[in-house]
Design a protein around this ligand. Structure first.
Ligand code: SF4
Ligand code: SF4
Length: 340
């Protein structure tokens, strides 16, 4: 760890950062997460976010991520989502209202998919809601950046997590200077071409980098459209549990706002379940739909969170539910930044 970890300072930083973020929300959403009680939780007719993993291949081995272990497991196979499964997802999400966001985030780097540009184009032409990509940014060469901007993608979110190359090496590895110039280049291309794409820079707060969080906001706020903060989680105990903060357990927002689809077409209860121990449906089965899964299997898990009878994966999860913020949801951040 670059700087000695001070748990009190860490918790103070988390509190300050997320209070500041909440102040940017409409006033009715400015209450704290602790005040969210089950009776106030409303399940939407359609999921607010469909999270799609396109690839299990990654060009990085970030210490903050489960990928290092995942790719060593005997069950690991480099997999790209097939055109058939992707088409099935787009066809169904195309029937959902514009309030449903399609977000590329999975068990690898989406830009490694050989057909990523065509797939984003297909989504932009096929669904009513927004389309967003999170990326480590290191594969965003000029040609790919231009092609991506041409698709009209709504949001590109770069995972940065540091303001210095030393901290970047600790939490992510890779070349910090390559990443920052890749982001700056993407911003310039977007501006020169007057593309509608909104750009985010994100920071996953954890013991190794919390001292850089405020500085991160200052560095990026004038350059990107939104600086976004997240809380560290341990993939339900699969990597070091280093950022647990004492908090009263509450229902996990993740189950109320997103459906997670892996590259395989399997739907897991939670996006942090990389080992697929919580598969609740498989889109390879022609009878299975996203909406049916949302209304049945997810509903069962939601009831468990309200009654306190947690699904197995959730019972072993110490920090994921803390990271899934009720008010500061990702789809809300996308809506705010694209409405600017
Ligand atoms: S955090 Fe993202 S870029 Fe880093 S190893 Fe995990 S999947 Fe790859
Ligand atoms: S409690 Fe943890 S495992 Fe369960 S849905 Fe939330 S983040 Fe996922």
């Amino acid at each position: 760890m670059g700087k000695e970890f001070n748990p009190t300072e860490y918790q103070k930083t988390l509190r300050q950062i997320f209070l500041q973020e909440q102040r940017n929300l409409p006033t009715d959403l400015q209450k704290s997460t602790d005040t969210v009680v089950p009776k106030e939780i409303i399940t939407t007719e359609f999921p607010a976010m469909i999270q799609v993993g396109l690839s299990t291949v990654c060009n990085m081995r970030c210490p903050e991520c489960y990928y290092c272990e995942f790719q060593k497991s005997p069950n690991f196979h480099p997999t790209f989502m097939s055109p058939q499964i992707y088409r099935k997802i787009i066809d169904e999400v195309g029937k959902f209202p514009e309030t449903t966001l399609l977000r590329y985030l999975g068990r690898g780097e989406s830009l490694t998919h050989p057909n990523i540009i065509e797939m984003v184009g297909e989504a932009k032409g096929g669904i009513k809601g927004k389309v967003a990509l999170i990326t480590n940014g290191l594969l965003m060469a000029d040609k790919k950046a231009c092609a991506l901007l041409e698709t009209g993608i709504d949001v590109v979110d770069f995972s940065v997590d540091a303001t210095t190359s030393e901290t970047y090496a600790l939490v992510r590895g890779g070349r910090f200077d390559v990443l920052t110039s890749s982001i700056e280049n993407f911003i310039n291309l977007r501006n020169e071409g007057n593309y509608p794409t909104r750009i985010m820079a994100s920071f996953l707060i954890q013991p190794e980098n919390y001292h850089e969080a405020e500085e991160f906001r200052e560095v990026w706020k004038g350059k990107v459209d939104k600086v976004i903060f997240r809380r560290y989680h341990s993939y339900a105990g699969k990597i070091q549990e280093k950022a647990c903060v004492p908090e009263e357990r509450h229902a996990c927002a993740s189950l109320w706002n997103r459906v997670n689809i892996n590259e395989s077409g399997r739907i897991t209860l939670c996006y942090i379940d990389w080992d697929e121990t919580s598969v609740i449906a498989d889109l390879n089965d022609p009878e299975i739909t996203i909406l049916g899964t949302w209304r049945n299997s997810y509903e069962e898990a939601r009831k468990g969170h309200i009654s306190g009878e947690l699904p197995e994966i959730c019972a072993s999860c110490q920090t994921g539910w803390q990271a899934a913020h009720w008010q500061l949801s990702y789809e809300r951040a996308v809506n705010m930044v694209t409405e600017k």
